[in-house]
Structure formats: C-alpha cells, structure tokens
Unconditional design. Sequence first.
Length: 320
Amino acid sequence: MVRNILFVCTGNTCRSPMAAALLRQLLNERGGKLERIRVSSAGLYAHPGAPASPEAVETMRGYGVDLANHLARELAREELAAADLILTMTNAQKNQILKIYPEVKDRTYVLREYISKDRPAGPDQWDVPDPFGQPLAVYQQCAADLEKDLRVLIDMLASAVKGGDADQGKGGEKMRIALGADHAGFHLKEEIAKYLRDKGYEYKDFGVFSTEAVDYPDQAAIVAKAVARKEFDQGILICGTGIGVSISANKIKGVRAALCHDVFSAQMARAHNDCNILALGARVIGPGLALSIVEAYLTGEFAGGRHQQRVEKIMRLEDE
Ligand code: RB5
C-alpha cells in the first residue's frame, strides 16, 4: 500500500504545493486508512524557504486550504527514499529525477501518467502546465484540473487499501518483511520465521543460518539496506541484546529501527515513530514475549497527524 506520496514540480511554489494541499484535504475527507497517507512536496529547482506564489495561496483559499505558511523545499535524496510514490507535474521533471536518481524508477510517474495507467495516453498529454507568472484564473483552472486528477488518484488508493485488506486478513495490508540475525539471534530468528510463515506473511530470511559467530553490523546492513531500498516494508533484526543491530541499522539512511522488549513500545514504534525495523535481543527476552512483540509491531499502524512532522524532522537529521 502507498503510505508516503511526494509531489515534485520545478520551484515548489505553485503546482506541487497545491497538489499536496488538495490531496491532503481530499484524503482527510475520505478518512480511514487513507487519512494516514503522508503527503509532501518539493521542487527540482526550488529556492528553499520561498513562499507559495500569492496566486496559489489565493486559489487554495477558495478550497479552504491555507498555503500561506508553505516554504519551498528543494528535492532531496532522503525525501525520494522515503516516498512510496513520487508524482511529478511534467514528463521533463520525471526524466530529470530519473537522470539523477535512477534508483526511484519503479515509483516515479507523471501524475497524469499514473492515474491513466490503463488508458492510451502519451507523455505529451501528461503535463500539468506551469501557471507561474499567469493571472489568478490560470491558477484556478490548474487547481480545478489537479482536483479532478487527484480524485482519480484517491479512488486508486482506496481500492489498493481494500485489496490489501483482503490479501492479509486481520493485520492490514500485505507486508513484505526482511528478517535477519547474527549468531546470537539465530534461534529466535527461526521461531520468528515460523511465526511469519504460519501467519501468511511474505518474508525473506537473510540469515544467518547457524550459530557460527559473525559480526552483527554485517547482518544489520543487509536487512536495513533492503528496507531502505523499499524492497521490503519492514525489517526484523535480532542479535544477543538487540542493541548492536539497532545501532547499525539506524546508520542507514531512511531506516528507523526500534529496539523493543515490551509490547507497548512495539505498538508505539509504529504508531508514533513510523519505524521500519524492529530490533530484538534474543538473550534478553524469551520467544513467547518476542512473538507478542512481533505481532504488536507488525499489526501496528502509523498514527500520522502531529507525529508526521516529527518523523520528517528525524529524516532531515540524516543530512546534518
Ligand atoms: C554477540 O556476542 C553479541 O555481542 C551480539 O549479538 C549483540 O548482542 C550485540 O549488540
């Protein structure tokens, strides 16, 4: 399921902030799981801190959305890494992103390309023209067109949520899990693998496959990098204390690993911190508690709202 949508345009003062604000509003109107989707925007050539253009602010006011506090952001690698779906306003912007960041190819589309996937349309029909420097009426038309597109997008997101529920049953959307351990975590990893199999989760076991001594940063890096590349939705890492794998995994950009030895922390790690790796210490807790923690963690959901900006601030620390 898509959890984090990033709109990209040129200056991040007109089209992408309007699209992000409109989508945010429409998602909130729909409510439920859709409300938890994170939406942000950035510009390929933005002047960081520049305000939205006055016409964009005025246009959005007509939708009951306040863009007055918007500050332009320049597109950064970590934002791309965190996004499940990257939507540009034009084909040229998409090509520009892919030239610099080819690794996001599978999740980068022109907005109108994405929503018209099954329909015959070419790149020449995908562009949302730039209203910059044009009269207010052009901005208003641009917003009206975007709203139409975003309503199609929301229907697509809504049916993906429904499909996900059916796939996984009780716990929510279909989740891909990367599993790894050092020698001290090997036995607990086997128990967790069995639990994941029994529950029907899709997972990959990255080892180790014996109690022969290895260095935990190596195992942590394999799982954390796979999660950061979005090949998996979540990772589970186990070492003796859980400390070594959690420290190591948190060195990888885009990873938020939480060491949890109680069920409440596991729930909060998802709800408040939107973590993508659970770390466990096999020498600290027994398998019964470990499996309860795994269950609480995997069935948890990010609460969004005020926690969203906090998680975004964590991600920005990665570049300081
Ligand atoms: C291995 O003996 C142990 O140091 C490792 O599994 C882990 O606890 C490190 O944090």
